[in-house]
Design a protein around this ligand. Sequence first.
Ligand SMILES: C[S@@+](CC[C@H](N)C(=O)[O-])C[C@H]1O[C@@H](n2cnc3c(N)ncnc32)[C@H](O)[C@@H]1O
Length: 260
Amino acid sequence: MGARRRQQVSGAGRKACACRSMRMTIAVAFAAALTMPGAAQDSMTRPGLPATAFPKPDRPVADIVSPIWHDEKERDDAGEPGQLVHLLGIKSGMTIGDVGAGSGYYVVRLAPIVGPGGRIIAEDVMPEYLRTLRNRVRDLGLQNVTIVQGEPHDPKLPVGSLDIAILVHMYHEIAQPYALLYNLVPALKPDARVAIVDAFAPTPKHGTPPNLLRCELAAVGYGEISFDRLPGSDAYLAIFAPPSVAGRPRPEAMVACKTR
Ligand SMILES: C[S@@+](CC[C@H](N)C(=O)[O-])C[C@H]1O[C@@H](n2cnc3c(N)ncnc32)[C@H](O)[C@@H]1O
């Protein structure tokens, strides 16, 4: 194109070009967000409210000590994943958020079940755990796993993405449970379920007493759907229906629960 011709490109033409290139950028960013870990997710997340807006838990919070609960073989022998899949109705095509995924015990077992049409979004707050998990996912060639680094008060998961969120053997370690549960809600689809597996033990001993769990979930507007003892272990699976985004209680109205 000659210099004169270039100068003649009309304003409307320039606008059409800018529009096309913007549409391309959005499409590329969207595709990248589905396939890339970490920071690429930011375009699809909505930052949650800060931890300071919520009450602190009025009970001990366990330290983060390990990226895995028990030995993987022992858990397999006890049939833990099978029970979870059955009780939650996990199936092909679903998107599951694994909050506190650690070394990925559930990531590698659920990815083949949800299949190529589904996705596991594995989130944790410990960068070194996520590095190891990323290597595990790569070595296994899992194509349907996205890895996200969250914060103790905000899992930073993509808006409207999850059919189910699982929090397995990690609830007692959440430094800001009211904030995390509140900020998790926008990531959940309208009929999503939130599943919590924990041990029948006090929080400093890496469990959550069921009544304490119920009280904290209720404070953020979650309703209990079922509660099952998991055979072969000292743990339970509690399933909750989350509130809608608009139906969440106001943070300043929340009252922290005490261990009972
Ligand atoms: C005992 S491991 C359990 C890992 C895995 N879910 C399992 O079943 O083996 C607890 C995990 O929860 C993570 N964690 C603790 N607090 C968290 C929070 N607020 N948000 C996300 N992950 C958290 C820890 O970093 C750790 O990886």
